[in-house]
Design a protein around this ligand. Structure first.
Ligand code: NAP
Ligand code: COA
Length: 266
């Protein structure tokens, strides 16, 4: 018996933040399963190499530089994606910003920048793809986090933004279900070799996180891209409105705060 990697053959996806890190992994995994992929972020330099890697899998790729905070730019990026790929079936909202900062020291712009990218960006992109996903049904996948499940210090801005993202996942699942659109999320724990972990964990914190995680290791980008493949595929046909935690069980442990080593308060 032969097996084909064709879970998403003939489908098209737009992935924000798809040039780097976790969402680059998702872009390559979807392409490996037959999906044509557009990737969008601010920097053309982040996008071009990943677009080339997607093309090397034999699928079509489009690199669209745009800022998710700008609804007009998002609209134009979606239009270009549909023109070049001939339609749109899947949106992955992965664009995000993060840095460690105690609430006491966080400026209005610092809080606003992260909420604007993670939460409002997810709203802008989801709204922009709706007319296209309505045509044949589709999938929206929001990349969230687990930071807001407990009171993770120095992550107020991200926790607030991702809590909002989880709310969008649930509300849009209800509103758009009748259009045949499934809306789900993935909440990764710390994922090795990513910008997120580089910003949040030093070596000691990584070791603490490995010990604290029930599965005794940091996550891999593949752990998240496998979950994304599942939620984007027909294997998840009856699943909507959920955020799947992919963290080796870390958020269930009470000592998880150890992984974010906050700066000292003044
Ligand atoms: P990353 O590589 O830095 O990914 C973030 C992406 O967002 C970049 O490609 C960046 O590209 C893009 N981006 C940032 N601001 C943007 C904007 N205004 N408009 C458009 N694109 C923008 O980081 P990552 O660690 O892989 O994180 C990916 C996702 O996983 C994020 O949603 C993050 O919150 C989530 N997550 C990560 C971890 C982890 O351990 N890494 C844990 C939990 C959740 P440009 O600079 O080119 O714009
Ligand atoms: N600590 C405290 N505040 C910070 C900060 C930090 N480490 N980094 C940025 N800020 C504040 C800035 O000071 C500014 O506020 P101010 O005007 O009051 O000074 C505000 O955040 C916006 O900063 P700016 O650099 O203008 O934002 P930007 O739109 O260019 O970039 C960020 C957005 C800040 C989220 C930037 O880190 C980014 O582009 N991140 C993308 C990659 C990433 O974070 N990957 C990990 C994903 S998990």
């Amino acid at each position: 018996m032969t097996f084909q990697a064709d879970l998403l053959f003939g489908r098209t996806a737009l992935i924000t933040g798809g040039g780097t890190g976790i969402c680059r992994g998702i872009a390559l995994a979807l392409a490996a399963h037959g999906c044509d992929v557009a990737i969008m972020s601010r920097s053309a330099e982040h996008l071009a190499p990943t677009a080339d890697e997607i093309r090397a899998t034999g699928r079509r790729a489009v690199a669209v530089p745009a800022d998710v905070r700008d609804p007009a730019a998002v609209e134009a990026a979606v239009t270009r994606t549909v023109e070049e790929l001939g339609g749109l079936d899947i949106l992955v909202n992965g664009a995000a910003g993060n840095f460690l900062c105690l609430a006491e020291q966080l400026s209005p712009n610092g809080f606003g920048a992260v909420v604007d990218i993670d939460l409002k960006g997810t709203f802008h992109c989801s709204k922009a793809v709706l007319p296209h996903l309505k045509k044949n049904g589709g999938v929206v996948l929001n990349i969230s986090a687990t930071l807001h499940y407990l009171g993770t210090p120095a992550q107020l801005h991200v926790a607030a933004a991702k809590a909002g993202v989880d709310a969008l996942t649930r509300v849009l699942a209800v509103e758009w279900g009748p259009y045949g659109i499934r809306v789900n999320g993935i909440a990764p724990g710390p994922i090795a070799d990513t910008e997120g972990v580089r910003r949040l964990l030093d070596d000691a914190a990584k070791q603490r996180a490995e010990k604290t995680t029930p599965l005794q290791r940091l996550g891999l980008i593949k752990d998240v891209s496998d979950a994304a493949l599942f939620l984007c595929s027909k294997a998840a046909s009856y699943i909507t409105g959920v955020t799947l935690v992919v963290d080796g069980g870390l958020w269930l442990t009470s000592s998880r705060h150890a992984f974010a080593a906050p700066p000292e308060a003044p």
